[in-house]
Design a protein around this ligand. Structure first.
Ligand SMILES: NC(=O)c1ccc[n+]([C@@H]2O[C@H](COP(=O)([O-])OP(=O)(O)OC[C@H]3O[C@@H](n4cnc5c(N)ncnc54)[C@H](OP(=O)(O)O)[C@@H]3O)[C@@H](O)[C@H]2O)c1
Length: 313
């Protein structure tokens, strides 16, 4: 190194650090998405005969219910529409030859938990998917949210209270048996700038923190806890109908996310979403004002279009 000047030495150290960062990131991605899922395969059925999924009659929840049924679990479907529950249960029984049980519950009501607890008291639930969640009808400024009190209460009850209370109902059995899987569906909106989705993103930040603590407390008791933070997925909530690389079908999304159970406890669940959030957060750390301007502009556009549509209707 003696023949190099200070600037050249600095350049060499910088290149070594950059190379280390790139290699570490590539190894991390390879382990998370390829090697991990091959070596850490979780046999869900061996965790307990039943899997319970909240918000399971559509979108991501229904895809989890079907995926777990395809892996041999009997399924408890908890959702708010009786007809959709019956239809989903019949579909799953026919397609996967497993048993199902339905529990009719509206998670915007905080008084449902004693009833749910009784309905599932006799079941050995090895997998719990806390999927139910509600968002804004369209992006909106905090003070302008329509029907403010009702919508905010619903969001907090469905997104925060449900995850906490369902875990309290199901996890004691898991701890007793020394095994089980808890999957909590958060949202990427809690890890990127999310103006005009402030309350929704905040409820999902709770889901992430709750999962982190739960994992620290109960992994040593044999419980696997995973928090999934998706980007856009085709569903009623996102309003996206046609799948693309960045907005996969719920089925494709769940196939990917579920393969990461046992490998990673905090994940977007889907590699293109990881890349997307990485790019957004990199822009945000280089030019925070620009990124906030860009996201706000895009949210305001969506809001404008939605308001126009609602006015027409
Ligand atoms: N889709 C995305 O782009 C996206 C992105 C990030 C995170 N997420 C999260 O992923 C989860 C699932 O979202 P999704 O897009 O699959 O939603 P979705 O297609 O709207 O499906 C939601 C499911 O939950 C049920 N549900 C809604 N409100 C309920 C309530 N109050 N009580 C009981 N059940 C209720 C629905 O039943 P009904 O059919 O009867 O309404 C349906 O089965 C949510 O936690 C969401 O925050 C979604």
């Amino acid at each position: 190194m003696a023949q190099f000047g200070y600037l050249e030495k600095f350049g060499i150290v910088f290149l070594i650090a950059l190379l280390y960062y790139v290699v570490k990131s590539v190894v991390n991605v390879l382990y998370t998405y390829i090697i991990g899922p091959l070596v850490n395969k979780v046999d869900f059925k061996s965790q307990g005969r039943w899997a319970l999924v909240t918000g399971s009659t559509d979108g991501i929840g229904k895809a989890y219910a079907r995926e777990l049924a395809s892996r041999g679990c009997d399924i408890v479907l908890v959702s708010r529409s009786y007809d959709k529950l019956m239809e989903t249960a019949a579909e799953i029984e026919k397609d996967f030859k497993v048993e199902t049980r339905i529990v009719l519950a509206d998670f915007s009501d905080a008084d449902i938990y004693e009833m749910i607890s009784k309905e599932v008291a006799d079941l050995e639930i090895g997998t719990l998917v806390n999927n139910v969640g509600v968002s804004y009808k369209y992006p909106e400024y905090f003070l302008e949210i329509a029907d403010w009190e009702k919508n905010i209460n619903t969001m907090i009850k469905a997104n925060v209270v449900s995850v906490t209370r369902m875990t309290r109902i199901v996890m004691p059995g898991m701890v007793e048996r020394g095994k089980g899987v808890v999957i909590n569906i958060g949202s990427g909106s809690s890890i990127i700038p999310s103006p005009l989705l402030t309350v929704y993103a905040s409820t999902k930040a709770y889901v992430e923190k709750f999962s982190e603590g739960l994992e620290m407390e109960y992994s040593k008791r044999g419980i696997i806890v995973q928090c999934v933070l998706p980007g856009f997925v085709c569903s009623n909530m996102s309003g996206i109908r046609r799948s693309t690389l960045i907005a996969p079908t719920a089925k494709a999304f769940v196939k990917s996310a579920i393969s990461l159970v046992g490998t990673t406890s905090n994940t977007t669940g889907y590699f293109p979403h990881t890349l997307f959030f990485y790019v957004v957060n990199s822009i945000h750390s280089f030019a925070p004002r620009f990124s906030v301007w860009l996201v706000t502009r895009s949210m305001e556009n969506t809001r404008r279009k939605a308001l126009k549509k609602y006015k027409k209707e």
